[in-house]
Every structure is written in C-alpha cells, then in structure tokens.
Write a protein that binds this ligand. Sequence first.
Ligand code: PEP
Ligand code: MN
Length: 338
Amino acid sequence: MIVEMRTGAAQEEVDGVVQRAKELGLGIQLNLGTNKTVVALLGPNTGQLPIDIFAVLPGVERVTRIMKPYKLASRDFKSEDTVVSVNGVEIGGKRIVVMAGPCAVEGEKQLMAAAMVVKEAGACILRGGAYKPRTSPFAFQGLEEFGLELLRQTKAQFGMPVVTEVVAPHDVARVVEYTDILQVGARNMQNYALLTEIGKSKCPVLLKRGFSATVTEWLTAADYLLAGGNDQVILCERGIRTFEDSTRFSLDVGSIPIVKKSSHLPLIVDPSHAAGHYSVVPALAKAAIAAGADGLLVEVHPNPKEALVDGLQSLTPSDFARLMTELRSIAEAVGRYI
Ligand code: PEP
Ligand code: MN
C-alpha cells in the first residue's frame, strides 16, 4: 500500500502515518521525493487492511494499493528516475555509462592492459570478476581475494571505479572493501540470502536478470535489496534462455522499455553474455541503447585468444574502440550521449 502525502505536508503528519503503520506491525519505506513524501507500507497482510485507516490521517493526499508483487522497485512508489552515483559517475542520467573489461581478473598485466584500453575508448567503469560462478566446478573459479587486490591496484592507477561479482553472503563485507559496485550474477538473482546481505550495505549493486526469470521476478528480487535499505540498485538485462541456440542467450530487448516504464531503477544491458560470440556483441549493444538502456556492461580482453573465461564473446581492444565510436551516434539519436 502506498500513502502519498500532500505537497508540503508537515513532518508531524508524515510521522503520524509512520506511527500508525508501526502500531499495525507494518514495515515502512519512505520516498522523500522532490516535492512530496511517499510512504510504502509493507507486510504480508496489507491487502486485508482498509485503505481508510491511512486516508483519514492528516496530511494524506491519497492511498493506493500496489497490485504488483514488487513494491519498492515500482514507479508507483517512486515516479522519478533513480540515478545511482558511483564515485562521480551517474548511472540513470542522460549519459550512457559503459562498463567494460575482462570476464575474469586473470593477472596484473591482463587487468592493467584491459583498463588502459577501455578507458582510452571511453568506458568509465572497469569490470572484472574475482569470484566466478562457473557452471562446472572444474572450470577456473577466479583469483578470489588476489583478484580483488588487483582490482584495487588497477583502480588506483587508472582512477576508474570497478564492478565485480560477489557470490556468497559471507563474502559481501570483504568485497565491499574493494569494489565500487557489487555485481549479483544471473545465477544468483534468486539467492535471497545474498540479496538480503547486500541490502544491508550501502554499496551500489548491479542486479543481473536471472536467465529464467520474468521481469516481474527480477524486479521483485530488486525489492529484497531496496527493503534492506540499499537504494543504490542498477538492473542489468543479460539475456534469457529460450529455444534459440544460435546465440548463447536471447537478449530480451523488449524488457528494456517494460522495465523503464515499470521501475524507477536504472537499467543497463550486457550484450556479451547474451551474444556468446564477439561478432554479435556490437549489434546487441546498439540495439540496447536504441531501446532505452542507460548503459552497457561489455566484456573486453586485451587478447581474447588467451582469455581463461569467455574469450569467444570478448571484444578485442580495437573492436571495442570501434563500437564506442558507433554507439555515439545511436546515443545521440535517442537524446543521450556517451
Ligand atoms: C559475468 O558478468 O561475468 C557473468 C558471469 O554474467 P552472468 O551472471 O550474466 O552470467
Ligand atoms: Mn563472462
């Protein structure tokens, strides 16, 4: 249930709503919008409460039920776009933010070379996995803490914020020490213990769509982060599993306008995991920006032939530089810039 306060409602009036919600055992989240406060009332049984309980309180303009399973990620709760700020880089504003780098951190030389080329081409956030959730237990699992250390050094050298994946709740506190954005991978979108732990932190988080998750399930997963008090949430579409097997996953371009309409959260697209092949990545990246995505997460390797993970879908430095140039005119055509 959503309680919209009148424009200019007094603090005591907002407190009155909060107090009443607490008496009824409800959870609350406040959206202190630019001109009016919105209070989300959360709990398993809000559907049974008459809305008049809140509608009669002083300062209340309107009370409505959110019929969707996701509440805090919804535009009903917050109509204006959320802009997540990461060390001065704004995600969800007019600028298209490109995050790029290798799938996995493999070593100092590789990461430094990747950072140099992606920065040079115009990316503003460096990606690199230190913990890799691999389908096979025999595949390279990442350099773990040493990988985090390399990310820290590279970040210091290039002045670029970094995004890296966290795969287990007990690792969250450690990874937060090194990263600017925590990535939740597709395989962990429904790892609710992980989401709950990240929700307690204030670190920006990139929530990938699970490859068998609907948009509704994905936005409801985002509610776990938001309900914990972490409002720095960025969504990432990375393709879903369909019967089509000529690409690694099917990029759901349609989810882009749907998510932008249904949610206030910024949305970026990972064309690399959807494509599975470097030759397909540029077209998907361009389609994503044309469809309204706020940014991209692209795998780039200084030498894809030697990559330990996802070499086939990684762009070479020159392919990435070309893509960035091509993306500029697409961004401009949709009223954005890179
Ligand atoms: C990744 O970004 O390296 C990754 C593992 O992606 P996903 O979780 O989308 O498969
Ligand atoms: Mn990868």
